[in-house]
Design a binder for this molecule. Structure first.
Ligand SMILES: Nc1nc2c(ncn2[C@@H]2O[C@H](COP(=O)(O)OP(=O)(O)OP(=O)(O)O)[C@@H](O)[C@H]2O)c(=O)[nH]1
Ligand SMILES: [Mg+2]
Length: 446
């Protein structure tokens, strides 16, 4: 028989209300044995006094909610206890629950894991739930909610259904073919496979979903004293990094988190790039260059007092020219560079409103492009795990399409492998090894 698990499901600490959750066959009986109630109407709130069955001592006045199987989050019998949210109250309740026969504290993610095993949600939806719990910006919240509500799962199931159809077609042919059947069946499903391959490729082309989930890395680079740290402080609205008139002020990489119009940004301040004498500064510059190479977006700050046109890499970039309050002609310079470099260039001042809104607007536009989800309809892949599965499927389809003249048994096997790769996203096929990875993202009580 399954254990009945329990845990604090709301955040620890002081709060008006703390929610404890019990799931499993003993949940209902234990709730009754601790309370002064002799029945709980399903999905109704009951005011109850809980006592320790060992000595009758009162524990708390609570609200009890019963969700009989299978209509609960986990698909098992679930009881929610809404108690007063003090740490001592919660500890006392957890201690008494731990002494009840058949009950044990839940492992991290165990409630959701049970929900998965009972088909209440699939793996992609469980990941969406984990992301929703961790969401810090509006874009993250919306994306996580969509995934939790099944947007990715439905897309994947649609793809899988298409592959199942194609496979059935080919297998029927294998089963019923006689010696001299024309080998054109693979050709009949070919257009569908081509269309699916294109869809998968479009989904893989967009990294927007992963960027929204993990944060968009924006690295601020440029010569010493250009105003990199000043820009960052003003953008995040506090003196997070040291600014000084001395070149070489910033030495280490400093990562700061920022919500830019709903998009999660990881903004990195770096050491100004120059030929440095000091070992520490030289190491800072080496790290800065390394991080620039990995950034989603590079923000080059040019010192408006001594404007030197930057040399850009291949990736998305924004060039800002500082100290517009002190030098003339920077706007003309900026528009000339924009034409030459083919990236947005704007002059601004950190000391006044001169050009500030336009510069931040340019940054926001670039971030928006980076988080855009491809052509619209494509499935939003939010994790490397999804990307690997879709890529494996696309490769299988490509091999199918290239396998002209091979026996149908072999090409059918390619489709079967491609289908299995997709199944790993929702977790309906050979997934045991994946479960720990997915559920390790959860905390106890979720
Ligand atoms: N007038 C004016 N001064 C600025 C502007 N931006 C930065 N400064 C000044 O320029 C100096 C250098 O600014 P920082 O923000 O420390 O420059 P940095 O690029 O971070 O420099 P390092 O950390 O040394 O690489 C400071 O004295 C700032 O107050 C600006 O737009 N206008
Ligand atoms: Mg600095």
């Amino acid at each position: 028989m399954t254990d009945t698990i329990f845990a604090l499901s709301s955040a620890p600490g002081r709060a008006g209300v703390a929610v404890l959750r019990l799931s499993g066959p003993a949940a209902h009986g234990v709730a009754l044995s601790l309370s002064n109630r002799d029945a709980l109407k399903p999905r109704h709130a009951h005011l109850a006094t809980l006592s320790d069955p060992a000595d009758g001592a009162h524990l708390d006045q609570v609200i009890l909610l019963s969700f009989p199987a299978p209509h609960s989050f986990t698909g098992e019998d679930v009881v929610e206890v809404h108690a007063h949210g003090g740490p001592a109250t919660v500890s006392a309740l957890l201690a008494v629950l731990g002494q009840q026969p058949g009950l044990r504290l839940a492992e991290p993610g165990e409630f959701t894991r049970r929900a998965f095993h009972n088909d209440r949600l699939d793996l992609a939806e469980a990941e969406g739930l984990a992301d929703l719990i961790h969401a810090e910006t509006e874009h993250q919240r919306k994306q996580a909610l969509r995934q939790m509500e099944g947007a990715l799962s439905q897309q994947v199931e649609q793809w899988r259904a298409m592959l199942i159809g194609a496979l059935a077609h080919i297998e029927a042919d294998i089963d019923f073919s006689d010696e001299d059947l024309p080998d054109g069946v693979a050709d009949a499903v070919r257009p569908k496979i081509v269309a699916l391959h294109n869809e998968l490729t479009a989904s893989l082309a967009s990294k927007g979903g992963e960027r929204v989930r993990q944060g968009i890395s924006v690295v601020v680079t440029g010569p010493p004293n250009a105003g990199k740290s000043s820009f960052i402080n003003r953008l995040i609205g506090r003196d997070a990094v040291i600014v000084s008139a001395e070149p070489g002020t910033t030495r280490d990489l400093v990562d700061l988190h920022l919500d830019l119009g709903g998009a999660p940004i990881i903004l990195t301040d770096t050491a100004g790039i120059r030929d440095a004498d000091g070992i520490v500064e030289a190491e800072g510059i080496r790290r800065a260059q390394h991080r620039v190479a990995q950034a989603d977006l590079v923000l080059h700050m040019v010192d408006g007092a001594n404007p030197v046109q930057p040399v850009l890499g291949d990736g998305p970039a924004l060039v800002l020219v500082s100290k517009r309050d002190r030098a003339d002609g920077l706007d003309n310079l900026a528009s000339g560079w924009a034409d030459e470099l083919g990236v947005p260039v704007a002059a601004l001042s950190m000391k006044s409103d001169d050009g500030w809104d336009a510069a931040v607007g340019a940054l926001e536009n670039l971030v928006q492009d980076l988080t855009a989800i491809g052509t619209g309809d494509g499935a939003v892949l939010t994790r490397a795990r999804h990307r690997q599965a879709v890529a494996a499927c696309a490769e299988g389809l490509a091999r199918f399409l290239a396998a002209d003249g091979l026996p149908e048994e072999l090409v059918a096997e390619e489709l079967r492998l491609a289908m299995r790769a997709l199944g790993r996203i929702t977790g309906r096929v050979d997934v045991e090894d994946l479960l720990d990875v997915v559920f390790s993202d959860f905390c106890i009580g979720k």
